[in-house]
Design a protein around this ligand. Structure first.
Ligand code: ARG
Length: 657
């Protein structure tokens, strides 16, 4: 049972007397868990804004609302505090009954949804044959957590890995393969060699492009400076002129940065004899690589053959990472899969008058947007946009999708806004399209995260490093092991240590991606990620292992959990019980706006509640046998919820640590 949802729905029924039907839900949502336990378990803050709307006194309104609410089967009589807060406290006997029910429920109180939806979760989506980076890892971790949680709730989920397997990187790789291949290296490790070729072609091409752009960038900067000087000379004091001047100054800053970064690239290339030499011999490399892509798309037999050779190797390498992360996909339908449908998409857009030609390209112009959504370039090439439109058509047709979630970097916000708008214009208004966006992972230097070696992290090595770092903690911890007032824990054997290091290392990486508000950037730090105390996976994993240790020792002492009745006597016990009862609320909050951090913060509070309970309430030392059995049960139940919650997040637990 979801207590919060029940309270909100009872409030909603009463609130219809005080506001319009479309606003009821919004005011009912103002019933929330209390911030401070002194004010009860839940608090409703709706009386103040409602009273304002209705021109009433808020305390009077609160009194009226309470008078109409029937909560006696759930709560103690409601109390009004301050300007009109309504404080609610769940009846102890009711709470105890709920917790006992959760205990007997394999789903731990979380009901499946009454009307399952068909939901596509589009996540991971790395660009194959390029090294996968931490951004794709974040998508993978967040996407998999959402995927598992929706399934747990009973939705019909299709997880789909929209691989970038048809993009311009293949042109670079094809060009590299034909010109710079190291055959021996390719035989040894095809994927590494392809990644090297990609980087090589990309660097040379970037260098040449930067070099060619220097005069233009310098001219842009000068012209921006001239315009600032002209505006300053005019010395207009009105607001509009000041704003225009400010904008011009920003243009100077941007132009300065652009020029600087191009100069930096050129300097780096100039300093590297290999790059300089290749640039000289392959001066048209960018165009040549584009031509290779075009040939591939046009069906050129050699390029298709090579593509068919590259792809399986790349997918095998990706699968190794997915296996380690415990992630699986129902579908792996990459961009190449949609190639046959692209022409049709553009035709349809033209027929419906949505796409029109502009500078030779086919564009969808959307209201209030400076740039159009380009669905076919002047050279005839289709785009990322065309592919995503074709993908939506397919998902609607094939899976009758009610919702499609795109777990993708927030730098693609514009793309998804335009994609969704175009889809609506095409008449597909029923499907719920969501960009579940996330921010950038930053290094401790404040720049996007890179390894010490300086290049964007190869994910395999990142995972290995996490496990090595975690192993240090596991080894250190053996000495400092707490004894939980009882037997000291036995030393862990080698196999257990390795397993714990793996769980802590990978769990730590995942937790870091999950527990930050997904929309914010965060700083990647091993020490924070693997800390034993604080809001980390390690802390939760220890809390779980601690519950298991207590139960093992109890069993060894002949006290099994059995079918004792759970009783909540002391405040710390009740507090933990309330938390246990709130597991369904945490799950509902997480899927409401696809925010895994709401589940991690719930688990963190639960682990803290457990710790306070264990400090305040004796378990094995409790003389009353019934109470002892009840407390053991509470220990067991807490452990099961932590395990279930972490499992939904994709974080493994260990029985001993
Ligand atoms: N391959 C894309 C990238 O790396 C992500 C794909 C996301 N999914 C989608 N349907 N566009 O940026």
């Amino acid at each position: 049972m979801n207590i919060l949802a029940e309270l909100q729905s009872r409030f909603a029924r009463v609130l219809t007397d005080y506001t319009t039907p479309d606003q009821v839900a919004q005011f009912a949502a103002m019933v929330r868990p209390a911030q401070d336990a002194r004010f009860g378990d839940y608090q409703a803050n709706c009386a103040m804004p409602l009273a304002k709307q209705a021109g009433m006194n808020p305390r009077d309104l609160a009194t009226q609302i309470i008078g109409k609410l029937d909560l006696s089967d759930l709560c103690h009589p409601a109390e009004i505090a301050g300007p009109g807060f309504i404080n609610l406290k769940v009846r102890d006997d009711v709470l105890q009954a709920i917790v006992n029910k959760v205990d007997g429920d394999p789903r731990l109180g979380v009901e499946t949804v009454p009307t399952p939806r068909s939901i596509i979760v589009d996540f991971s989506g790395p660009n194959v044959a390029k090294p996968m980076h931490v951004g794709h890892l974040r998508s993978t971790v967040i996407g998999a957590a959402i995927d598992r949680t929706l399934r747990f709730l009973g939705h019909n989920v299709v997880s789909d890995n929209h691989l970038g397997d048809w993009g311009t990187q293949f042109g670079m790789i094809l060009y590299g393969y034909k010109n710079f291949l190291d055959q021996a290296a390719y035989q040894k490790n095809a994927v590494d060699e392809l990644a090297r070729l990609y980087r090589l072609v990309n660097t040379v091409s970037d260098y040449l492009t930067a070099k060619a752009s220097l005069p233009r960038l310098a001219a842009d900067l000068n012209s921006a400076k001239d315009r600032v000087a002209a505006a300053e000379a005019e010395n207009a004091k009105d607001k509009a002129a000041q704003a225009a001047l400010k904008k011009l100054r920003t243009e100077v800053t941007v132009a300065t940065d652009d020029l600087k970064s191009a100069e930096k690239k050129v300097a780096a290339g100039d300093a590297d004899p290999v790059i300089r030499d290749l640039a000289e011999k392959h001066s048209n490399i960018a165009r040549a690589a584009r031509d290779e892509t075009a040939k591939l798309h046009a069906g050129d037999s050699e390029n298709r053959k090579l593509w068919n050779e590259f792809l399986p190797a790349c997918i095998t390498a990706l699968n190794k990472i997915y296996d380690r992360l415990g992630v699986r996909f129902d579908k792996v339908l990459g961009e190449s899969f949609y190639d046959p449908f692209l022409e049709e998409v553009v035709k349809d857009l033209k027929a419906k008058g949505l796409a029109r030609e502009s500078d030779g390209a086919q564009c969808v112009f959307l209201d209030g947007r400076a740039a159009p959504f380009i669905v076919q370039k002047a050279d005839g090439a289709f785009t990322y946009a065309t592919t995503d439109l074709a993908t939506i058509n397919y998902r609607l047709r094939q899976f009758q999708a009610d919702a499609i979630l795109y777990v993708v970097d927030d730098r693609q916000s514009d793309h998804f806004e335009m994609l969704f708008e175009t889809t609506r214009l095409l008449g597909n208004t029923a499907v719920d399209l969501r960009h579940v966006k996330f921010g950038t992972v930053m290094g401790e230097d404040g720049k996007p995260f890179k390894t010490r070696a300086g290049d964007t992290v190869g994910l395999e090595s990142l995972l290995d490093e996490a496990i090595r770092e975690a192993r240090k903690i596991v080894d250190e911890n053996d000495d400092a092991k707490r004894d939980d007032n009882e037997q000291p824990a036995p030393e862990l054997d080698e196999a257990t240590r390795a397993a714990v290091a793996e769980a802590v290392g990978l769990g730590g990486i995942k937790y870091a991606d999950l527990h930050h508000n997904r929309e914010s950037d965060y700083i990647f730090s091993w020490s924070k990620m693997l800390a034993k105390t604080g809001d980390t996976a390690t802390y939760m994993q220890y809390a779980y292992a601690r519950t298991r240790g207590i139960l093992r020792r109890a069993e060894a002492a002949g006290t099994a959990v059995g079918d004792a009745e759970l009783v909540l006597t002391l405040p710390a016990e009740r507090h933990l019980g309330l938390h246990i009862a709130r597991f369904p609320e945490a799950i509902a909050a997480m899927v409401n706006d696809y925010r895994p951090n709401l589940l991690t913060s719930y688990l963190f509070d639960l682990a803290n509640g457990f710790s306070s309970f264990y400090d305040a309430c004796p378990v094995m030392k409790e003389p009353d046998a019934k109470l002892r059995a009840s407390r053991l049960k509470l220990v067991d139940l807490t452990g099961r919820i932590i395990r279930q919650g972490l499992e939904l997040l994709g974080i493994p637990v260990c029985e001993r640590m």
